[in-house]
Design a protein. Structure first.
Length: 86
């Protein structure tokens, strides 16, 4: 975390924005107290986070695909023990 006074930030705004975009936490202070935080508009997603999200989506889809009766057995309730419609 990096804290910079608003007065100091005026002279280094470009650098502070670049650091915030890179994922550093930049806090601007006024009279020694935190006033604002610089954050990128679009969150930086690293390769590991993206992989974890894709893994969770795949696992969720696989769980839903195996839930419930199989397609071959889904209409068995329509037929009696003799194989004729009831």
């Amino acid at each position: 975390m990096m804290q910079v006074s608003v007065t100091e930030a005026k002279g280094q705004l470009t650098e502070l924005v670049r650091r915030a975009e890179a994922g550093d936490e930049v806090i601007l202070t006024r009279h020694g107290h935190p006033a604002v935080r610089l954050v990128p508009v679009k969150a930086v997603v690293d390769r590991q986070s993206r992989g974890a999200l894709l893994g969770a989506v795949r696992a969720s889809a696989a769980a839903r695909a195996t839930a419930g009766p199989s397609a071959a057995r889904s209409q068995d309730f329509l037929y009696g023990d003799d194989g004729l419609p009831e």
